[in-house]
Design a protein around this ligand. Structure first.
Ligand code: ADP
Length: 487
């Protein structure tokens, strides 16, 4: 049963327009029995008047009416009451009349003479159709309200990139106040190149991939805003791309907070670094006996203090590195660098530490390495961190090998060791900030847990990747891949 606006069931209303009293009466009896509200009219004019005065869900109209014909009645109902379903009653079952009526918008036809059962079926079908249409309209209106109320910007295009929908949040984010964008081609109205690229790429996504494309956008409408944009194609049931949906999320406040946090860490680290250097220098003066004799016990205490200050200095410089990465400065530092030379320098630089632990540190460069576009300082930090770790987490007498090669348009660098290895369930976590593996072997090794997260961020800032293979007791291999060509 149909429900009214308050959700209460209301009786479907049906009008029968027929000049034959027998048919009118028959319909009334059959349909009233069904619980419908039935009204009758003997000719077209009075039928139309009744339709003007109230809404009918279904109108059954005889094609062969005196004066105003059934087709005329049908035409006027279709023009003025499109949500009323019309069923024509054909007096003599000519196919042409029925086809004409259907072409003019009749939902169905029922030839005379008809049985009560045939009438019930055709009316039930019409009401079902009505209900489906009402459901679709209701769902559409609910969706429209929802999309319009969203804080996220939503825009959809068809497969020709014509804008079909853009909610108020989207119009506000893109600064289109009061501009008519619906029906316009995205390329003609959207100036943001990243967003246009997203739409193009989403339209090109193969039907088999259920994925979406994401990007970060910046808009300069007076005050700079930063958005994340997610764009996905939507498809028909047969898999045909029908268009795209883009969702914009304003992350300006988050980015600002993140920057404030980084600036704060960077400022504090800076401020701490110089007093610490001076404390260290003064401790060294005492340790070296330049301020008078130092007893064995005092020396031991001072050495421990020096060690602590050294690890604090490491932490501070790693925090400063993180701040540098987060500020995006690295992209401005890129130049053509010779990785083979950097690798040689780094191996040489760490050879003393390796020797002190009786670790064999070697370099294997398989072929002439092409130069890459990168930040020299970042490359040095990546290698230095990995080699330091390999030496730190390898017991005395072990081996560390640094190697480099070209593999599928990538420069591949491995740092492998014969050290303690890493438990499998901790392999993913070691790239997380401040994460350190805690066990018997690593207990006395000093570190901040920041090194690998810095390495990972640096590699990513160069559009590369880092992975690790390791097993406890069997050593570790850290592999960095950097694209040979990128802009
Ligand atoms: P840190 O060395 O300062 O603790 P890192 O971020 O460089 O921080 O490394 C995180 C953790 O990963 C280390 O604490 C260590 O447990 C583990 N790890 C890193 N490199 C190796 C390695 N070559 N062999 C074994 N464990 C390692």
């Amino acid at each position: 049963m149909v429900e009214d606006l308050r959700g209460e069931p209301c009786r479907p209303s049906i009008l029968v327009v027929d000049d034959e009293p027998r048919i009118r009466e028959g319909c009334r009896i059959v349909l009233s029995e069904q619980g419908f509200d039935v009204e009758l009219a003997a000719e077209g004019k009075s039928g139309l008047k009744m339709i003007e005065e109230r809404h009918f869900d279904v109108v059954l109209v005889d094609l062969m009416l005196p004066a105003l014909s059934g087709l005329d009645v049908l035409e006027r109902i279709r023009a003025r009451h499109p949500d009323t379903v019309v069923i024509v009653i054909t007096g003599y079952a000519t196919v042409e009349h029925s086809i004409k009526a259907m072409k003019n918008g009749a939902f169905d036809f029922i030839p005379k003479p008809f049985t009560p059962e045939q009438l019930r079926i055709v009316v039930a079908k019409a009401l079902e159709h009505n209900r489906a249409l009402a459901d679709i309209a209701e769902t559409r209106s609910r969706l429209r309200v929802m999309v319009n109320r969203l804080m996220d910007g939503v825009m959809t295009t068809d497969s020709n990139k014509k804008i079909v929908l853009a909610n108020p949040a989207f119009l506000h984010m893109m600064g289109y106040h009061g501009k008519g964008v619906i029906g316009q081609k995205a390329d003609e109205i959207i100036e943001n190149k990243t967003m246009l690229d997203l739409i193009d790429k989403a339209l090109e996504l193969p039907a088999s991939s259920g994925s979406e494309i994401t990007a970060q956008l910046e808009e300069n409408g007076g005050d700079e805003r930063i958005f994340t944009a997610r764009c996905a194609p939507f498809r028909s049931r047969t898999g045909l791309t029908m268009g795209t949906i883009t969702v914009l999320n304003d992350i300006t406040a988050l980015k600002k907070m993140d920057k404030m946090k980084s600036d704060f860490v960077s400022m504090v680290s800076h401020e701490i670094r110089s007093p610490m250097t001076s404390v260290m220098a003064q401790l060294k003066v005492i340790l070296d006996g330049l301020a008078g004799d130092v007893t064995g016990k005092q020396k031991e205490i001072l050495e421990r203090a020096c060690q602590r200050i050294h690890s604090l200095t490491c932490l501070v410089s790693e925090l400063l590195d993180l701040a540098r990465i987060e500020s995006g400065l690295i992209s401005q530092e890129k130049q053509t660098v010779d990785m083979a030379q950097i690798l040689r320098e780094q191996v040489l630089l760490h050879s003393e530490t390796a020797k002190a632990k009786n670790i064999e540190l070697t370099l294997e460069i398989v072929q002439d390495l092409p130069k890459i576009l990168a930040s020299r300082q970042s490359m040095e930090e990546i290698i230095s961190n990995l080699v330091t770790n390999a030496i730190k987490y390898t017991p005395d007498g072990g081996k560390v090998v640094v190697s480099a090669d070209v593999e599928n348009e990538y420069l591949k660098m491995d740092v492998s060791d014969t050290g303690f290895g890493i438990p499998i369930d901790e392999l993913d976590s070691i790239f997380t900030r401040f994460y350190r593996v805690k066990n018997q072997q690593t207990r006395n090794i000093i570190g901040t847990g920041l090194g690998l997260s810095i390495v990972k961020s640096l590699v990513q800032a160069h559009y590369g990747s880092i992975s690790v293979k390791s097993r406890p007791g069997a050593g570790s291999i850290f592999t960095v891949r950097l694209p040979l060509a990128h802009t």
